[in-house]
Design a protein around this ligand. Structure first.
Ligand code: NAD
Length: 498
């Protein structure tokens, strides 16, 4: 009822979750407003595409400098809308800058026309492929990293020559607006990045508005609705959802480093990280030592609304109950709380919780908890750990701590990214693709794959000379296909020499 009333209003408030105070009011953009933004974006896209790589690169790098100069203001706004500690917000801004810079500098190299081999049968043709902009990209974002997450699509989409219409989460509309205003100050000619604000209906309107591709980041449940809406207009989608990421620890691992990574990976941003660590699988031999290190480190963490706290509040008020349910389920299924428990949930804050002995069937293991909780599982060996991790529905990121077997185990995990002897590091490497498998989604942002995700390949063959025998004509001689098959048998009929 409350949600309907919100959705029917013409404006809504973004709230500071630390204090409950209003940060600012924003427009609820309806279907007509969204359609208008997409129409303007279509014109902007033509202009932006026409500028070419060099001019776009120059403008995007200016934007990068402008964002760098305003990191403190942007970080302040991120803190106000999410409640996260100051340095977490600053770290987020650093990621935004690094990715934008990389996308701007590498777009031409990745996307420009390049020659490819035509093969023996078509050697009379010169072949090439280029990646052209799609046009207008719709981006729908979450609130947990309100700048970094959508910019993982926006930076790469713009660098590839598209215009963007962005619908930020209803919890963080101000961050979305700030990004667009910052870009408009540097690129005032055309609205290459516009922001529409509102709830689910605004997002659905963006899916239906005729964008050329829709990049969604959020929960798997919403992703299903977004895909269904986009299916109405055959709008292609990139889907970046959550995960239940695991950290695996072998007997020869640096245990202090593994414990540090497990605790930071699970608790940073109050556990509200799509690639945050939710589960640790540790081999029996070192399980007791690792668990003790994890518990000691976790007990040191300070939770609160002050800018220097280790963990801030749970940003999304209704999510507190999900965390409580998962902890309660873990305990009801026979798990033991080593740090905290159900009583740790004191909205809007949740104190860290470390659980052990939790069965694989508990929702604390099978579903994304998205809070400062960690389940520690003992396994006989890493093979067992891999089997259990790969049995899950999600497959976003993972981490492996092992001196000898890191690369081998990483290769066997069913997921999109793995950090060996660190955690989440891949997200800070702009040249690496980012995305998941299974319920964690599909498609890739970041890196060369991210640039291509927001492009369409255009293949061209250019005749270099007339072939001795022309096959692709009704005028070919009767023996032409016979000859072609002889050639094919010679070249492809045997493995020898290949
Ligand atoms: P959410 O699914 O509730 O909302 C995401 C966005 O979708 C919001 O902007 C929301 O307004 C919009 N939306 C809601 N219903 C819609 C509809 N029917 N049609 C169109 N748009 C609609 O997710 P959230 O709570 O904002 O974000 C948390 C989730 O995001 C977590 O699951 C987290 O793991 C995931 N996440 C994933 C990544 C990644 O890169 N894989 C990054 C950050 C967050």
């Amino acid at each position: 009822m409350k949600k309907m009333a919100q959705a029917q209003a013409t404006r809504f408030a973004s709230i500071d979750p630390r204090t409950g105070e209003v940060v600012a009011y924003h427009q609820v953009d309806d279907e007509a407003a969204v359609a208008g933004a997409v129409e303007r974006a279509q014109q902007a896209a033509e202009w932006w595409r026409g500028l070419g790589f060099t001019q776009r690169r120059r403008r995007l790098l200016s934007w990068c400098s402008a964002l760098t100069r305003q990191v403190d203001e942007l970080a302040e706004l991120i803190c106000a809308e999410t409640g996260k500690p100051r340095d977490d917000a600053r770290l987020e801004c650093v990621l935004v800058i690094a990715h934008l810079d990389w996308a701007a500098r590498h777009a031409e190299h990745v996307l420009r026309r390049r020659r490819v081999r035509s093969g023996v049968l078509m050697c009379h043709e010169a072949s090439s492929v280029a990646y052209e902009p799609c046009g207008v990209i719709g981006v729908i974002g979450p609130w947990n990293y309100p700048a970094h997450t959508p910019m993982g699509s926006i930076s790469y989409a713009l660098a590839a020559g598209n215009a963007v219409v962005f619908k930020p989460s209803e919890l963080t509309p101000g961050v979305g607006r700030a990004l667009a205003e910052n870009l408009a100050a540097v690129v005032p000619e055309q609205p290459i990045l516009q922001v529409v604000t509102g709830f689910a209906e605004t997002g659905a309107a963006l899916c239906r508005a005729g964008v050329n591709k829709l990049a969604f980041t959020g929960s798997s449940a919403t992703a299903r609705k977004v895909m269904a809406t986009c299916a109405e207009t055959l709008t292609p989608v990139v889907i970046e959802c959550g995960g239940t990421d695991a950290l695996l620890v072998d007997a020869d691992a640096d245990l202090a480093a593994a414990a540090d990574a497990a605790v930071w990976g699970a608790m940073a941003n109050a556990g509200q990280t799509c690639v945050g660590v939710e589960r640790v699988y540790v081999v029996d031999e070192v399980a007791a030592s690792l668990t003790e290190l994890i518990v000691t480190r976790t007990r040191r963490l300070r939770v609160g609304g002050e800018p220097t706290a280790d963990l801030g509040p749970i940003t999304r008020p209704d999510h507190v109950e999900v965390i409580r349910d998962h902890v309660a389920d873990a305990l009801a299924c026979g798990g033991t709380a080593l740090v905290g428990g159900v009583e740790s949930v004191r909205a809007p804050f949740v104190e860290p919780v470390v659980l052990t002995g939790v069965p694989e069937t508990s929702t604390a293991v099978t579903e994304e908890t998205f809070g400062p909780t960690l389940t520690v599982h003992r396994v006989a060996n890493l093979e067992d750990a891999v089997r259990q991790v790969n049995a899950g529905r999600h497959g976003l990121g993972a981490a492996v701590f092992s001196r000898r077997r890191g690369a081998e185990i990483a290769a066997r995990l069913r997921c999109g990214m793995v950090a060996v002897n660190s955690v989440v590091s891949y997200a800070a490497v702009p040249s690496l693709p980012f995305g998941g498998v299974g319920d964690s989604g599909f498609g890739r942002i970041h890196g060369a794959d991210g640039l291509r995700e927001f492009s369409r390949s255009k293949a061209i063959t250019h005749r270099r000379f007339r072939p001795v025998v022309e096959f692709l004509t009704f005028d070919r001689p009767a023996w032409a296909v016979w000859l072609l098959l002889r050639i094919v048998r010679v070249f492809y009929g045997s493995f020898i020499g290949r």
